[in-house]
Design a binder for this molecule. Sequence first.
Ligand SMILES: [Zn+2]
Length: 335
Amino acid sequence: MTNDLHAGLLTLDSHVDIPWPEGPSPFEDGPRCVDLPKLRAGGIAAVCFAAYVPQGPRDEAGHAAAHQRACAMLDAIAAMAPADGSGGVLARTADEIEAAFTAGRTAIIPAIENGYALGRDLTTLDGFAARGVRYITLTHNGHNELSDAAIPRRDLEDVEAEHGGLSEFGRAAIGRMNELGILVDVSHASKDAMMQAASRSQTPVVATHSCIRALCDHRRNLDDEQLDILAATGGLAQITIVSSFLRKKARSADLSVADIADHVDYAVRRMGLAHVGIGTDFDGGGGVRGFMNAAQAGNLTAELARRGYGRAELAQIWGGNFLRVLRLAEQERRT
Ligand SMILES: [Zn+2]
């Protein structure tokens, strides 16, 4: 019964790191948490794959390298959707995600993790939009030209906050992202930066992979004030399954889908059902007992169903809410 329930849902995972191009083939069931066979086995319809750029030196060479790396990773993401139809489908819009689901194909949604990839050049955003990028995470660990991060990189900087939240360039980047239909991802941003982005952005901002600070006091998690502003502005808290964000100092073996569901429950009670989703951070640290890879996604649906979430509610959490926000961003496009 639960299997049927899960299989019928348009499930969207809002944050997965790409293991490619260096890693194993995404077309084969391999050692990674996410590949196309595991996505099919787990009934995951759509995935935002993040071209992840670690924070590095903020000079011309560093920024050029970051941009180059992001582009290479976006190429690798696009390569998961070959023209011969043997893999996934590159989905640039909410309609295309739904069409892929109807056709029984995996929707691949490109994203970038770390605005470092922009360097100091707003025109890079046009290139990223042309590649189908649908969100950019303002920072990773470490401040960049756009924003302060929740976790500074002590080897690169010694200040807790450099910009007092967003920089002037960060504010301009958000404006341009709004015009291009690229969502602003506030996971990893400092609280000040996140609150400023939520108020400033014309379209709702999303935390694509974060948990609840009231349940686990970690700097990467969202406190009640942050959840409230997300709800008030139409945004999303996409609960992630990284063990140290779910429970303090926990390891993945200590936790189960019940711990994920606790964070979902809290977010739903605080924000309302329309503002909650799932972003695993698979292949970037995500995974708990019973949900160690994409093939096991049905176990989370089963736990949520056991707690009383019905079909329509599960559909909202698993993908409907994210599609709604993508559509809002598409309507705001002005290019
Ligand atoms: Zn991350």
